[in-house]
Each structure stands twice: as C-alpha cells, then as structure tokens.
Write a protein that binds this ligand. Sequence first.
Ligand code: AMP
Length: 270
Amino acid sequence: MIVATTRAELAAARGGLPGTVAVVMTMGALHEGHAALLAAARTGADHVLATIFVNPLQFGPDEDFDRYPRSLDGDLAGCRAAGVDAVFAPTRDEMYPGGEPLVRVDPGPLGGILEGASRPGFFHGVLTVVLKLLHLTRPDRAYFGEKDYQQLTLVRRMVADLDVPTEIIGIPTVRDPDGLARSSRNQYLSTVERAQALALSRAVHAGSLAAAEAELAAAEAAQAGVKVDYAVLTTADLAPVPEGYHGPARLLVAAWVGTTRLIDNAPLTL
Ligand code: AMP
C-alpha cells in the first residue's frame, strides 16, 4: 500500500492505478462504518484510494478540531487490511498551501438547514474539501455514508450541478449491536453518556416524527446533559414533506450528550 502525503506522491500513485478507481474520504479514527465503505469500494472498482484528512475548514471556532481523534498508524493498518491500494494523508499546508481558500463551494439552500443551521459554514468547508479531493484523486466512484445523510445529499447535488464525472454511492449506516451509529466522536462519550446516546438511534427508528420527538423529550427530561438540537422529518431529498405525501422519507436528529454533539438518521416510508 502506498502512503502519499504530498500532491506529487498522490499524482504518482494515482497514475500507477490502471482500470477503475474508487475513493473513500475520511477524517481518520477509522471504525466499522469506514470499513463498510472501504469494503464496498474494494468490490466496486479495480483499485481503492482512501484519504485521511481532518479538514479544518469544516470546524467552527468553538468546535472540536483540536481534540478530534487522530490515529494515523492504526488507520493505515486498517486501510492495509481492507485492501486499500493507496492512502492520501496530507498535512494542512499540503491541502491548503495558500492558507484557507478564499473561494469555496456554495452549498446553496440545502446547506443552510439542519447541520448547516447549527454549524454555519460547515458545508462550505465539507464540499470544498470534497471537490478538491475529487480533483486530486480523479475517481470513477466515491463512497459516502448515509450516517451523514445531508452531506451525502449535498455531495450528490454538487457532482450533478457542477458536472463532476464521479459516481456517488451511499452506504447504509453501520451501528453497534445496541443501535448506536458508529462515529469517531463516540470516543468522547463516558459509559453513562454512551447509554444516554442510545436515545438518538431509538428516535430515528421510532417510526414517526411524533414518536421520535417523544423519545428525545423523554431522554432530555430524564438525563441531565442531553440536549436536543433538532428532530426533523423530510422527503428522501431533504425537502419538507408535502401534505398527503406518500413515499420515501427520512427522520434526522441531532443532540448534545454532555459536550459531544451527535447526529443520526434513518429511512422510513410514509
Ligand atoms: P468521517 O471520517 O466521519 O468524516 O467519515 C468518513 C465517511 O465515513 C463519510 O462518508 C461518513 O458518512 C462515513 N461514515 C461515518 N460513520 C459511518 C457509519 N457509522 N456508517 C456508515 N458510514 C459512516
């Protein structure tokens, strides 16, 4: 497995991959969710390229950029075990040689709701780094998790609206046996908080918005430290659900558990 830290090394590694190439973009601290993306990529293309980069552009000034878990050695071992051909793990200066970019991808109205409402500038940062990494890795396919459903939806819109020649593939959320969605941020949770965090997965699987809200309200009332940010029912495209709508929908929630902000979502049919 090639480990590239510079653009030149990545270009050389990419040039040596004949046939189709799949990319999986991560911020590291790899877990079973990332492993599912890598496994799907492995079967979906001739070669797999993974990127590991904690993107400063998508963290707000009061967010967890400094304490975000970093475990490059373990991540490289995980990539090797997953059959990854090449990893691109650049420094901040390698990704943003001129400092933070003045020009960024505008996520449009879909970037201002839900996560975008709670984290201003978040999706400008996400889409900017995703577009840069798509240009640098030139993949035929790119795999993203449904865990970050709004991100997946926006990446799909970006490649469609900006004519990026990459197929975007969504992978269902990988959960612990008790339902908690795997997340690098689960490392922040104490044992008590981890039990409290189960309210999110119970909510998204509650079957209706009212039941989800009841689940979260009960957790908030019973558990000091649990604070709901949003619980929303949308169409599969993240649009408001029209009166009398029948079809695919999505329940999305975000909540604070202690000092950790968690998100979850699940599909349902109305
Ligand atoms: P991250 O490292 O958190 O930026 O995530 C990198 C990619 O892995 C994104 O496409 C995420 O949506 C995806 N991902 C993270 N957690 C999970 C999970 N539990 N199940 C499936 N995909 C996930």
